[in-house]
Design a protein around this ligand. Structure first.
Ligand code: TRP
Length: 334
């Protein structure tokens, strides 16, 4: 049986890429027959590894939780938790830090990107982030972790840490995590540049659809989306080398829950304006209920907190027992 875990950082607002690339899949995983448990975290300890605003951290944490619930994560079946409320994450991280080589962390491409040129000045928190991420996963003995492409290297490291622990202290204790790469079919790219991922940090707000955008804004953003001067491709071959066309078709297929081939049949040879209108319609239809639910929840912070406290409690029971066993295997006094 699978135990699923995944997390998002409470940084900026969520966008369509987070929804289609991650959340939508997380929701489906709840229904799979071979999944025994799903845990979805808001990882606030990760969010402070780079400069952040202390006055919005708690609000952002609740926003992510609201998006999870509004997007379809069912708090009755899945645990929705906050990382900082479960001290076992940090405690396990310390234990893992003693079995992680610095050289491996130095090779992490995300660290290199985020640290920039002056890596001597990067914080220890940013450097050791993948060790905390390994602890996030293994403190629940999660077996399957749905993530985007960019997190594959971190998962590989988490797997190695589990392997090192098992070899030193107890064969088979931690599961060898399997990545579930959810992004592949639904890698959502910028509406302004089909070679860049849709991102919350991109400068132009027109490059992304935020989960808080209203219908008018969604229509406008799709209308302004970059395309090329040919009609919409009608076949997979015609899509080659046309990243903007591919992106719009991918988004449509994902929102409509259709195969790419069906979408190509529907729009192939037509003008992009028709595809954009279709996209705006379906995006509004799919996102409006989520947005509405999210804003209702955000007006009722007590309800979000109730869900989080219940999720924290559920998560903490597992985390506490895994940490206790880990310490026992490592020879601690208690
Ligand atoms: N590093 C992930 C990201 O930036 C977030 C994350 C932290 C995570 N801990 C995790 C994802 C554990 C999956 C499992 O997107």
């Amino acid at each position: 049986m699978k135990r699923i875990l995944s997390c998002m950082q409470p940084t900026n607002n969520l966008h369509l890429g987070n929804y289609l690339g991650a959340l939508k899949n997380w929701v489906h995983l709840q229904d799979e027959p071979d999944v025994e448990e799903c845990l979805y975290g808001v990882v606030d300890l990760h969010a402070i590894t780079q400069p952040y605003d202390k006055d919005v951290l708690a609000r952002s944490t609740r926003e992510i939780a609201a998006a999870y619930i509004a997007g379809g994560i069912d708090p009755k079946r899945s645990a929705i938790f906050v990382q900082s409320a479960i001290p076992e994450h940090s405690q396990l991280m310390w234990l893992f830090a003693t079995m992680t080589q610095m050289g491996k962390l130095e090779r992490m491409t995300q660290f290199k990107d985020k640290a920039g040129k002056n890596s001597e000045r990067a914080g220890l928190g940013l450097f050791s982030y993948p060790v905390l991420m390994a602890a996030d996963i293994l403190v629940y003995k999660a077996t399957h972790v749905p993530v985007g492409d960019d997190q594959k290297q971190h998962l590989e490291l988490a797997r190695e840490i589990a392997g090192t622990f098992n070899a030193r202290y107890g064969e088979g204790f931690f599961p060898l995590i399997e990545p579930v790469i959810t992004g592949a079919a639904t890698r959502v790219m910028s509406l302004k540049d089909g070679s860049q991922k849709m991102s919350k940090s991109a400068e132009s707000d027109n490059s992304r659809i935020n989960l808080t955008d209203d219908a008018d804004v969604i229509v406008k953003k799709f209308r302004k989306a970059k395309t090329d001067s040919h009609p919409v491709p009608a076949t997979l071959e015609e899509m080659e080398g046309r990243p903007e066309a591919r992106n719009l078709l991918t988004i449509y297929a994902s929102l409509a829950d259709k195969d790419m081939q069906d979408v190509l049949n529907e729009f192939g040879g037509k003008q992009f304006s028709e595809l954009k209108q279709g996209l705006a319609d379906i995006a509004v239809a799919r996102l409006a209920p989520i947005t509405a639910r999210m804003s209702r929840l955000l007006d009722d912070v007590a309800e979000i907190d109730r869900v989080l406290e219940q999720g924290n409690e559920k998560a903490r029971v597992i985390a506490a027992s895994v940490l206790a066993e880990t310490k026992h295997l490592m020879g601690f006094w208690k």
